[in-house]
Design a binder for this molecule. Structure first.
Ligand SMILES: Nc1ncnc2c1ncn2[C@@H]1O[C@H](COP(=O)(O)OP(=O)(O)OP(=O)(O)O)[C@@H](O)[C@H]1O
Length: 245
């Protein structure tokens, strides 16, 4: 299961205003892992995801999704952006936002119909948001908005899911609901890549981890590399983390 490489990053360097914020990153993400990207504020975690998704242009290096460019593999990828980067005042209902996730499989001319609506309603139920389907997204709480975006990613039926801090500002129940869905995706051999800040939960939630701080510090199975040495190299202070077996 872990032999196929879902995402490959080669010699990637990305800069804002000529200042490199990611430096010479090499990364292989195997198919079917649930991976956390960890690192301090400003380490380049969101920049890495945006570069893989072609939202940002690198000054050097390349990225491939199952051996081909992102443009060719777009349909295989779903993305849940960081909450703060979304315009929640856009006048649309929760159901419409989730239905938007089905557009990619429809082509240009077709409009979503009953089939797409059914898929969207199922996803809303999965994330516990069915009672809110007709609510304007601007009138949902932050955690509820996060669930809606997760539902939108689920209906895309992608192979690779990128999520930028999906647990940011959500309550414990929502966090458990989200992690259970992510684990279900992994069971279905999907690859799930999550920017994550809570180091305590890394061993419980994830099986793969990438330590990032402008440079790649380490990447691999949580059980092998989630240790004080890599935490200290990444965060610059001595971390004592007890890893749950
Ligand atoms: N649009 C931008 N223009 C200029 N600099 C930027 C821009 N976006 C991000 N940066 C800078 O790039 C660096 C990496 O930012 P990035 O958002 O990738 O970090 P991050 O690891 O996701 O941080 P956080 O944990 O705080 O979300 C930071 O120093 C940030 O200030």
């Amino acid at each position: 299961m872990k032999n196929n490489i879902a995402v490959k990053v080669d010699d990637l360097t990305v800069a804002y205003n000529y200042k490199p914020v990611l430096w010479d990153i090499d990364l292989e993400i195997p198919e079917g892992v649930l991976m956390a990207i960890v690192g301090p504020n400003g380490a380049g975690k969101s920049t890495l995801i945006k570069s893989i998704l072609g939202i940002l242009n690198p000054i050097a290096g390349s990225v491939s999704i199952y051996g081909k460019s992102y443009e060719k593999q777009r349909a295989l990828v779903a993305y849940v952006p960081q909450k703060g980067s979304v315009d929640w005042d856009f006048p649309t209902t929760a159901l419409d936002v989730v239905m938007m996730g089905t557009y990619g499989s429809l082509g240009w001319i077709k409009r979503p119909g009953q089939k797409e609506k059914k898929i969207a309603l199922e996803a809303l139920e999965k994330v516990g948001m069915l009672p809110f389907k007709n609510r304007q997204i601007s009138q949902l709480s932050g955690g509820q908005q996060q669930r809606i975006f997760l539902a939108r990613a689920l209906v895309q039926d992608a192979s690779i899911y990128f999520m930028d801090e999906p647990f940011q500002g959500v309550d414990a129940t929502t966090e458990i609901a989200i992690i259970n869905i992510l684990k279900e995706l992994r069971k279905a051999n999907k690859t799930v890549i999550v920017v994550h800040h809570d180091l305590q939960t890394v061993p419980e939630y994830f099986d793969w981890v990438t330590f990032l701080n402008v440079k790649k510090i380490a990447t691999g199975p949580v059980k092998d590399i989630f240790n004080d040495d890599n935490l200290t190299k990444t965060y610059g202070i001595n971390y004592k983390v007890s890893i749950q077996e």
